[in-house]
Design a protein around this ligand. Sequence first.
Ligand code: ADP
Ligand code: ZN
Ligand code: ZN
Length: 806
Amino acid sequence: MIEVAVPVPVFNTYTYGVPKDLADDVVPGVRVLIPFGKRKLAGYVLGSQTVKPAVRIMDILEVIDPCPLFPDTMVPFFRWMARYYIHPIGEVISEALPSGINPAEMTEFTCNDSGREVCEENKVSGREKSILSALFPGPMRKDALCRALSCEIPVRMIRKMEQNGWIRCEKKMVKGRTRVLTERYACLLSTAIPESGLSAVKQDILDFLAKNSPVPVSDLKQVVKTAATHIRHLEKIGLVRIIEKPVYRDPFGEKVLPDTPPELTLEQKLVVRNVSRAMGEGFCAYLLAGVTGSGKTEVYMRLADEALKRDKSVLVLVPEIALISEVERRFRARFGECVAVLHSGLSAGERHDQWLRIASGAAPIAIGARSAVFAPLMDPGIIIVDEEHDTSYKQENRLRYNARDMAVVRAKLAGAVVLLGSATPSIQSVHNVLGKKYIELNLTKRIHSRALPEVEVVDLRKYKAKRGVDRFITPELHQAATEALGRGEQILLFLNRRGFATYPVCAQCGQPLKCRHCDITLTLHKKANIYKCHMCGYFKAATSLCENCGSPSIKQLGLGTEKIEAAAQKLFPQARIARLDRDSTAKKGALIKTLKSLRNREIDILVGTQMVAKGHDFPNITVVGIICADSSLSFPDFRAGELTFQVLAQVAGRAGRGERPGRVILQTYSPDHFAIESAKKQDFMCFFNQEIGFRRALSYPPFSRLAQVRISGRDKTKTARGATEAGLFCHRSQKQDQEFKLIEILGPIEAPITKIAGSYRWQILVKAPGADILRRFLTEALFKNGFSQKKGGVLVDVDIDPFYLM
Ligand code: ADP
Ligand code: ZN
Ligand code: ZN
């Protein structure tokens, strides 16, 4: 008997029997075809089942995959997630697997001569005949074959045909952009000069190699033009060896060359020693707080190396960004083929390849964004989460998990070490340090003792009387920018809103222009010449009249990156200005192009949203202007302060990463707010110490656990009624258990944004002292007792540890 998880909205798993002839093929991690009610479904085998259920058990029909899709060591992790997020386990597993993954379908079949014979002699069944004859013209992959025959082909049948020698099966990797290129390297074997002596040129080459071995032959040619011929001779007499190494390219198309590890600083050494000692000794969690540019990535790489030495694998999570990250590039330079990457920039085929390389153990280091937390590593020794505070670790649809938190859980279940790194650690993680759940490690100094940029706060209230956009490029910022431009340095202007005007209102009647489907105002995009909704994408012509009074005169209030770009161009007519936000990078390749010109100093001023805040390293940027630091402070979200602090400190960290010191002009209406003050000092403990008091007073996380129950639907009245009903169920189950008195139920209330894309939105916030009681309560209230999560077009779903409260 086996336990099977079924990808349908049910919370339990099912028991099935296995017919004798399939027994060998059934292992944890493969999919099997099962009878499920009146349907046939593909389910995931979790393991064997010893307890016989009361009901009559059915047999599985087929085994779908020839090899497991995930190692059985991951099953406890899936179970944990399903329980914690109150999510069907089958759906957790399908979320974990890259879409379209299907090893079976990557198998290619070729018809052998004997297959052709039996077919022509009619010694086969009708089904076998159709398969064989489909293969006559040439080899075919399983997915294509299934499509051609428009049916599934059972593994059993394939095995039989293979055993009879009728067909040949070969696993094929898809060839994509990840094709490995190689480059020739020269390695020094010996410096012993032969008796016959050496020419001066050859001696030069040896001297160069003594310092730089191994070195790409192409680099040698830059030192000695005729190196290629000399090298061949040196190889012949046994002083040098030529090897081929794979080369990778970064998104700019440039080679990622193997690097040599630098000597660690004292601080780095301590961190590496501490963590490596714990590796292999069971679960242990670390928070690595290190200022920007303090050498965190180098620490990650040393620890990865330590894990490999212990025959363990390594998982590295990085925030989702449009490009492959700097972290990935550097791991490639250090570890070459050992690295597999999983991120949204890959095609389905490439992702599949990478997945199999990890599952087979060919790549012991997996690097990727959020979903890489599911990478099928057998035995991780260390799990690293870079920029652990980043909100992109939270998934906001289907399974609403937080990959940072799940990395900790996975490490715990695997007895591995987990290392969370950031320059601006989250309140949650610092709290865990103080609660002795995590061990804190620090990197307090920048490499090469580079100073952190100096931050000047400019009070925007001083310039309230000024009109228009001049109010936002203050004399202070103007002067700093002028000076930097004069020195040939680059400037970054940061604003968290895209578009030109974010608040267009009618000059006649004062009504703002709103989206037809959402409860928010439209944004004027001048380049595209439209008003656009940032929630649902609805747009209308920039020439539109006021919908209320028909007036054509609209005041373009509210500040967006396009407006800043236009203003900067007016103030600095000579400067080359570019903009980096989701609009300017919508076209494929546009982001890389902009970053490349920035790096090549073809851009003097870059205006951008938080897209510019993440991970990029541009040494010539010396001035960062934060146009309006408080734009996100007023969000109705208890994390607004934390998010504001983090983005400000990260943007500020973009300045002065090169030789020259950096300067940050931080403009704000609330210079006294502690989030702004701490960002000025770039001191996360200063922020933490104030913020934590406020969280405690209102018993928000980390002092409680939150869940948000979201009720949405297209019919206004029905949705409101659905919300009331969900509220009733919550209040009713609160009375059922003494312990539930500790639960606080806020709502139901209309969501701050009452309508998105035509859907009306309500919410109930549930606050509990712990995760266990929260889960028990929600299960009682919403998943039992006959409450329906989907009724009359009203959908109820639950977000555990929510991030987005609007
Ligand atoms: P962080 O990840 O903390 O921002 P990085 O790891 O990117 O910092 O390090 C910043 C720069 O310093 C990088 O260019 C890196 O190559 C370099 N670096 C890191 N550690 C050392 C070291 N021990 N000696 C010399 N350079 C180092
Ligand atoms: Zn009007
Ligand atoms: Zn809209």
